[in-house]
Write a protein that binds this ligand. Structure first.
Ligand code: CU
Length: 435
């Protein structure tokens, strides 16, 4: 059920919208199982559920106006589809800026033939939080939509200037957040993951935030990254991981003896989210203060490659298309190929593809800011043997080329996963019909 609810931020209660708890309960099922969920909309607004990363049937994809009618306030909708691919996924609305409230949860699809060995796993959901504290996401969107004018006249309250990150190529984000959360908890009231020394843990890290990339590390440990966006990669050891909005990384870690901070540093925003791993009885308390791992090796998707059985089958490319990310912070006129997405005319500016084609998609960032590009219904591969992904960071002035097989007919949204960019127009449709 989606309904007005509250979140406890270390003693401060904030009004929000949620699926019962923040995050919502994790949905766990096996590959090949049917996911059947009734969404009861008790919000004072239309809503929907998008199942992020799953290559599902198009009419279950949760994009109102494109794949389904909006779920009206007071009504119910049944999502019912077969889940094919194991991995770490998540769900959230695809309506307005609702994602920046408490409406999100994890979907974990177990692999019946799991080849990794580990003792336990921990779903780690990252979020940037302001709802019910400094305002609402609707107010943020309204202010940002006014462009820099709102800033100049001194009336700005949500806009963040000067968030800088070398890893993100400059401007790190647009929005100022009072809290950064791990599994719905601020760093003053962190979640503790209890375990024992020597245990091997699978972290499933999901960035559910709206305007914040995180740098994630576990104090005193190195991480072995095994999956990106649900799909296996050739394992890579690292100290920290950069994760943009909508991305997921799985990592294995063998725990030491003591108490250790899991820190998600809000990239360019000078604040940290905290959770604690505790394996020792008398271990010292830990804080959200920075840890050296955050400034050692930081893994990005460019450092990953796919095992041969995960790579797309070798074949020639049938179609090359370009999605240029366009617009600016100044005018807040984000778009794709110069078009601002129009929900009333979703096919304007759509990217054409035919079923069965191998498609090469060049995502060209012509703007001065990074964007986490997300394609629905498919898991493309970064060219050159890179990782399979559905959400990728594209740095300002750079381009990323990916390939996918058009094997899942329908109208699929392709957009920036900065929810304020997407809502301002950085979204398009990639569509093809069953032939
Ligand atoms: Cu963007």
């Amino acid at each position: 059920m989606a309904a007005p609810s509250q979140i406890d931020l270390a003693g401060t209660t904030a009004n929000t919208w949620g699926y019962g708890t923040v995050p919502g309960s994790t949905i766990r099922l096996g590959a090949g199982d049917t996911l059947r969920a009734t969404l009861k909309n008790r919000l004072p607004s239309d809503t929907s559920v998008h199942w992020h990363g799953l290559a599902l049937r198009n009419d279950m994809d949760g994009v109102p106006g494109t794949t389904q009618d909006p779920i009206a306030s007071g009504s119910d909708f049944v999502y019912d589809f077969v889940v094919g691919q194991p991995g770490t996924y998540w769900f959230h609305p695809h309506v307005g800026s609702q994602l920046d409230r408490g409406l999100y949860g994890a979907v974990i699809v177990e692999d019946p033939h799991e080849s990794l060995s580990y003792d336990d796993e921990w779903v780690v959901m990252l979020d940037d939080w302001l709802d019910g504290v400094t305002g609402t996401p609707d107010e943020v969107l309204k202010e940002l939509s006014g462009g820099m004018g709102g800033m100049m006249d001194g009336s700005s309250s949500h806009m963040m200037m000067g968030a800088r990150s070398d890893l993100l190529g400059g401007d790190a984000g647009d929005v100022a957040y009072p809290y950064f959360l791990i599994n719905g908890r601020p760093s003053a009231d962190p979640e503790t993951f209890p375990s024992t020394p020597g245990k091997r843990i699978r972290l499933r890290i999901i960035n559910a935030s709206s305007d914040t990339a995180f740098r994630v590390a576990l104090g005193g440990h190195r991480l072995t990254v095994t999956h990106s966006d649900g799909y296996p990669v050739n394992p890579v050891d690292t100290d920290a991981i950069l994760i943009g909005m909508g991305e997921r990384y799985d990592a294995l870690v063998t725990l030491g003896d003591g108490a250790f901070p899991l820190i998600a540093s809000a990239e360019g925003k000078s604040a940290n989210a905290l959770a604690i791993v505790r394996t020792g009885v008398g271990a010292k308390p830990v804080s959200a203060a920075s840890i050296p791992e955050l400034t050692r090796t930081v893994l990005t998707a460019a450092m990953l490659s796919s095992p041969s059985d995960v790579s797309l089958a070798k074949r020639s490319v049938d179609r090359e298309i370009t999605a240029a990310l366009t617009g600016s912070m100044m005018a807040y006129d984000w778009g794709i190929n110069g078009h601002r997405f129009d929900p009333n005319n979703p096919m304007a500016g759509a990217l054409g593809v035919l079923q069965g084609e191998r498609v090469r998609l060049r995502i060209e960032n012509t703007t001065t800011m990074w964007h986490p590009f997300h394609l629905h219904g498919h898991t493309y591969q970064h060219v050159g043997g890179g990782p399979r992904k559905d959400t990728s960071i594209v740095l300002p002035g750079k381009s990323l080329t990916v390939e996918f097989d058009a094997d899942n007919p329908g109208l699929w949204a392709a957009h920036c996963h900065n929810i304020y960019h997407a809502e301002s127009g950085m979204m398009t449709i990639l569509g093809y019909l069953a032939s």
